[in-house]
Design a binder for this molecule. Structure first.
Ligand SMILES: Cc1ncc(COP(=O)(O)O)c(C=O)c1O
Length: 492
């Protein structure tokens, strides 16, 4: 059964007025581009490109901002150079009247899509009543009840709320240390849990170099990134060598006892890496054998994104603590953790004011997350992600057989990825300059995607339509062909 769009376009002034075509500047490389309508003959296109990209208004706003904005903002926005005005569903409108299909969703944040009226109405209603404080409010009660109802297991019915992902993971680590009385935490290569000091040591990438010294107690072992197995083994015959290695690593490195293992069920920042069947249960078992808690970080994978409400459910694993954020409030900063009566009672975490924060579960945040989770549940966005994601994955796999620069294609639900490689069958990533070329060419045709990296991550709003998926794939297909030819010319 085809999946219908989940909500109507929001009408009103948020959609930028269309510039008359005559006033639009010509596209930067217009002669080299096939217009979006031609890529999508006879079909209604989601894309509207009226100016060069970025357009004159985007450029003017960015120039006005530049002297005041500190550097270090997200690479995506710097490379795109757009100033955005509004969005609806899986479409974004810039200030020049251009419309893009969004395969990024604020990196998995815009779960219910842009401009959803339920979120707008809930925020407006709450803002006119009460915005701050930690007192009980009706939306917070409704939110906590719903989170308990959708939690990966009924025993995880206790929630503490925060406002950022790193803050929630840090609190989960504090809770695990309070509960276990031990100090060490095992994380994984490729893992990402935020940029604050308490989680930086558990970041499994070079990103943290130059930011030390970091607090002690972080131990890292390889994740089951089978396409890049550090042992050179194949998932079909490796016997999960990486799990044995993690255990050995603990023996060699742990000095204050293992409090917890912190794991993403699908590694997002590393490239939407899906571990092989059996790996997550083996990690849960490792935690159990060490009497450590299993903290499952579902910041990206939670709330329906992988086609189930929680990423861990694909493997029948239940964490002792589950962290969530991003899509739970679709743009309002809300994060949290779920755990059991027994664990959250650990002291001093459970003492008054020990696990609270200024913005944790405050009335506006509660109203936003309550509205968004209601939409996710009622519109069954988890099932939708499974259905649309399966067809999306099939279409991406088609690109792999067509283009030599497309390596592995993977995904679960609407958490998908393509490895861009130097040549067919090669593990060498595609040159950064060619990746950026793909990104810019896609953008000029109306597709916003994270193609600037050879691990092209795809995580659109969960309400993306089949038509928007297909149109985006058609754009990417064309661009991959062009950039392959460009790459061959450069090599030759
Ligand atoms: C799995 C995971 N955990 C934690 C975080 C940190 O979240 P935040 O950026 O809200 O601090 C992220 C952010 O991308 C994430 O992907």
């Amino acid at each position: 059964m085809p999946v219908k769009p989940t909500h109507p376009a929001v009408s009103g002034p948020s959609v930028p007025p269309a510039d008359p075509p005559s006033s639009a500047a010509p596209a930067a490389s217009a002669d080299a581009l096939i217009p979006a309508e031609h890529l999508w003959p006879g079909r209604h296109s989601a894309v509207r490109i009226r100016t060069e990209i970025p357009g004159p208004r985007s450029r003017a706003l960015r120039a006005a901002e530049a002297p005041f904005l500190a550097p270090g903002t997200q690479a995506l926005s710097q490379l795109a150079g757009l100033a955005l005005q509004s969005g609806e569903g899986a479409r974004l409108h810039d200030v020049d009247g251009n419309t893009f299909i969004d395969w990024v969703a604020g990196i998995g944040v815009a779960s219910i899509g842009h401009g959803h009226p339920a979120l707008a109405q809930a925020l407006a209603a709450q803002a006119s009543q009460l915005t701050v404080g930690s007192f009980t409010t009706a939306p917070r009660v409704a939110l906590l009840e719903r989170l308990a109802a959708i939690a990966p297991h009924p025993r995880l019915h206790r929630t503490q709320l925060f406002s950022g992902g790193a803050e929630a993971v840090e609190s989960a680590l504090r809770l695990a240390r309070c509960y276990s009385g031990r100090g060490d935490v095992l994380g994984f290569w490729g893992g990402f849990h935020g940029k604050t000091a308490g989680v930086l040591g558990l970041m499994g990438s070079e990103f943290k170099q130059g930011l030390g010294p970091l607090p002690p107690g972080s131990i890292l072992a390889p994740y089951a990134d089978c396409a890049h197995c550090p042992f050179g083994l194949a998932p079909t015959s490796c016997g999960l060598r990486c799990v044995d290695f993690a255990e050995q690593t603990l023996r060699m490195q742990s000095s204050s006892g293992l409090a917890a293992i912190l794991v993403e069920p699908v590694q997002g920042t590393a490239g939407n890496i899906v571990p092989p069947p059996g790996w997550l249960p083996a990690i849960a078992d490792l935690a159990r054998r060490h009497r450590a808690l299993l903290i499952v970080d579902e910041m990206i994978s939670g709330l329906g994104r992988t086609g189930r409400m929680w990423g861990q459910q694909h493997e029948g694993v239940v964490g002792d603590i589950v962290t969530f954020g991003k899509g739970v409030a679709a743009g309002f900063p809300v994060s949290g953790l779920l755990s059991s009566d027994e664990i959250v009672a650990a002291k001093p975490w459970s003492q008054p004011s020990f696990s609270s924060s200024s913005f944790g579960g405050f009335p506006l945040a509660a109203a936003a997350a309550n509205a968004v989770t209601q939409v996710i549940v009622e519109e069954r966005l988890d099932e939708r992600a499974a259905q649309v994601g399966a067809s999306f994955l099939r279409q991406l796999s088609g690109l792999a057989s067509k283009h030599a620069i497309v390596g592995a294609v993977r995904g679960r639900g609407l958490l998908l990825a393509i490895d861009l490689v130097a040549e067919r069958g090669s593990p060498t990533p595609l040159a950064k300059s060619l990746c950026e070329e793909i990104f810019q060419r896609c953008l000029q045709r109306g597709l916003l995607t994270m193609a600037y990296s050879p691990r092209l991550r795809i995580n659109p709003p969960l309400c993306i339509t089949e038509a928007e998926v297909a149109e985006g794939v058609a754009i990417l297909d064309t661009v991959l062909g062009e950039v392959s030819r460009l790459g061959s010319r450069q090599a030759g």
